[in-house]
Design a protein around this ligand. Structure first.
Ligand code: PMP
Length: 353
């Protein structure tokens, strides 16, 4: 084998990405449709001017961790911050995954868990959801007992289904888990419950969050995890030194002064989500109830790819999930601005008429 060949795990994979087509209405990557507060954007010039650019960043990100910790009433030592929650997931898997270990997911779910786990050399073990994408607590128990994974992911609300996980399922998981349990709360602000209050020193539970969705800062790439102090200390060993640059630390700290402004938009997204759900349900379309900022749906009368192409022709990009395992015929739309949603719903009515 030529030495420039990648490792077996990498060769066996295809990348996870959504086509970034240049269209007027982009509803494919679950971003916030609103820009961040203008006051924060204006501050960034001063933030940049205040950086000691010749110096490495604060390696421990002390100030940023303190403001995030205050947000969740935990200690800064319970917080690890990285470049997007994907990097948080990667750090968790570098720490607890790897060769000879198992990483568990309940499918369908966010594809990066399996992807990153395999990159670290871990084996991925899969629990199955029901046909309606809900998760049977017995399946959780079965998977934990059969596989004894080192890491188990539960995405709440789940991506790409949008479904909110019943709290009892997490309780069953925590009771039977043999390793670290990661609850990915990338969309928690759009949902009605969070696992944050279950984080404690005597439980191997980690809860991840992102600034990319509710907080309108996908471009900045910031995410974090709240977990027991001993776990954070272990993650820090796996992370690269100075992985979080000075500008990002200061800009994110500044952004946390504007969170109420950003969170006010959650109510609008939720009401737009209801409008999308009810309008699509009135058409010949199967719709899953969402606790998130996107909606998964399956046109009954037409092929999903044909509907996707019709939407694209109308200048609207949604996520085509129809080729993903267990998601035959499904598309996923991110809730946009009221005008974007109006255009999407009008295009949908024509597409399935
Ligand atoms: N978790 C879930 C469930 C997601 O949907 C996403 C974004 N698609 C992420 C994590 C990663 O988000 P980011 O890296 O932007 O924080």
């Amino acid at each position: 084998m030529a030495i420039f060949e990648p490792r077996d795990q990498i060769r066996a994979m295809v990348g996870y990405h959504s086509a970034q087509v240049d269209v007027p209405i982009r509803l494919n990557t679950n971003e916030s449709p609103f820009p961040p507060p203008a006051g924060w954007v204006k501050m960034l010039t001063d933030v940049a001017a205040g950086i000691d650019w010749n110096r490495y960043p604060d390696r421990a990100a002390v100030e940023l961790r303190a403001v995030i910790a205050a947000r969740h009433s935990v200690s800064p030592e319970n917080v690890f911050v990285a470049n997007g929650s994907n990097e948080v997931l990667q750090t968790i898997l570098l720490t607890y995954g790897g060769h000879g270990r198992k990483v568990a997911t309940f499918e369908p779910t966010y594809q990066m868990y399996a992807q990153i786990a395999r990159v670290t050399g871990a084996d991925v073990v899969v629990g199955e959801r029901r046909a309606d994408f809900t998760l049977d607590a017995h399946e959780i128990e079965r998977l934990m007992q059969r596989e004894a994974p080192s890491v188990t992911f539960l995405c709440n609300p789940n991506n790409p289904t949008g479904l909110v996980e019943p709290r009892e399922n997490l309780e069953v998981l925590l009771e039977h888990a043999t390793g670290v349990v990661v609850v990915d709360e990338a969309y928690a602000e759009f949902s009605d419950w969070s696992a944050m209050d279950l984080v404690s020193e005597d439980r191997a539970l980690a809860v991840t969050r992102t600034f990319s969705k509710t907080l309108s800062m996908a471009a900045l790439r910031v995410g974090y995890v709240v977990a027991p102090k001993w776990m954070i200390a272990q993650l820090e060993i796996a992370a690269l030194p100075y992985h979080l640059d000075s500008f990002k630390q200061a800009a994110t700290t500044a952004a946390l002064g504007f969170t109420s402004e950003m969170e006010e938009r959650v109510a609008l997204i939720k009401s737009e989500r209801s409008r999308i759900e009810s309008t699509l349900s009135a058409l010949d379309i199967e719709v899953w109830p969402s606790g998130s900022n996107f909606v998964l749906f399956r046109p009954r009368s037409r092929d999903a790819q044909a509907v996707w192409a019709d939407l694209l022709a109308a200048g609207i990009l949604v996520r085509d999930c129809s080729s993903w395992a267990r998601l035959e015929g499904c598309l996923r739309v991110t809730v946009g601005t009221p005008d974007e949603n109006k255009a999407f719903l009008a295009a949908m009515s024509s597409a399935v008429a």
